[in-house]
Design a protein around this ligand. Structure first.
Ligand code: SF4
Length: 312
């Protein structure tokens, strides 16, 4: 399967061509809301987890740019944490040599304390960082990080990144009812954002996100709209509530992906990894499609051994 996927249409990034540089599911975190399922390799070690031939990647990228009328962003992500790939800086440099399309990196932010990570991220145009916790207690509850990761280290790493970064930094807070949505916690978020916002170009946007789940599921509860609006007002004009609406799922040519997923999950409950492997579609593309199917009520899921299994 190619490491290039999409472009997929997303509300935040328009048409985004993805480059998936970390295999399933290597991550610094094991978030309670993670759609990929349980982290199988929780680590802070940067290395070459998959071998990527830069020349092949560049050829694939040129072809994708030629074949697709519109690509708004090129997004580095992974079925885990992309900054764990020690070559991300070289890969960003490679992409920038062939196109002016802005490069985005989506990161959990757990290893921003490493100078090498900050130096690599400096090459991107936008870095979107998960920022679900304003203290250690919530970080452990929501993100369940590797033991070497702590809130102070995350904050210091973010400050250092801001001081050298010339691009745009977006924070994303996944809000979970009764865990990080109470007024005291939001005040803590606000104090930290105010503290770091003067550094460098500051924080450009704060996305307030909520987990997608079928109605009635109890694993991760979502704050109601009134609470979301209150949080948005407290965090100020940079904060934006992310609402999922039905969108055209893919510009990649796999227009029947929703139907294929439904057909597959009629036979037996399937995990995201099962779907990705069976249909030979990148895991991030599967996630986007599943989100739509859940919102539309066409699929349900149950959790078994910390992994979500989707069924009709
Ligand atoms: S950082 Fe992302 S990939 Fe890693 S566990 Fe959290 S949600 Fe999943």
């Amino acid at each position: 399967m190619s490491i290039i996927y999409g472009p997929v249409l997303s509300r935040r990034f328009g048409y985004s061509l993805g480059i998936d540089i970390v295999p399933y599911k290597i991550c610094t975190y094991d978030c309670i809301y993670c759609q990929l399922g349980k982290t199988t390799n929780k680590t802070v070690e940067r290395k070459r987890y998959i071998s990527i031939d830069l020349a092949e990647l560049i050829e694939g990228l040129k072809k994708a740019i030629k074949d697709n009328k519109r690509i708004d962003y090129i997004t580095f992500s992974g079925a885990g944490e992309p900054t764990l790939n020690q070559d991300i800086g070289i890969l960003i440099d490679g992409v920038k040599k062939v196109t002016n399309i802005p490069v985005v990196v989506l990161t959990g932010g757990g290893i921003l304390y490493k100078e090498s990570v900050r130096e690599d991220l400096k090459k991107a145009d936008i870095v979107k960082i998960s920022f679900d916790a304003p203290n250690d207690k919530i970080l452990r509850k929501v993100n369940r990080p590797h033991r070497e990761i702590g809130f102070s280290k995350n904050k210091e790493g973010l400050k250092k990144l801001l001081s050298i970064f010339k691009g745009r930094i977006w924070l994303e807070i996944m809000l979970i009812k009764d865990i990080n949505d109470d007024i005291g916690t939001v005040e803590e978020f606000k104090n930290i954002i105010d503290e770091i916002d003067d550094i460098g170009t500051g924080i450009e946007r704060i996305h307030l996100n909520t987990a997608v789940r079928p109605t009635g599921s109890k694993d991760v509860s979502i704050p109601d709209l009134k609470r979301l609006n209150k949080i948005k007002a407290m965090l100020g004009r940079k904060a934006e509530i992310i609402r999922y609406k039905r969108i055209e799922v893919s510009g990649s040519g796999r227009k029947d992906l929703s139907n294929d997923i439904i057909e597959l999950s009629k036979r037996r409950p399937v995990s995201i990894k099962d779907i990705s492997e069976s249909l030979e579609v990148n895991i991030n593309e599967v996630i986007k499609c599943l989100r739509e199917l859940l919102i539309e009520g066409k699929l349900k899921y149950k959790i078994y051994n910390s992994t979500k299994y989707y069924y009709v």
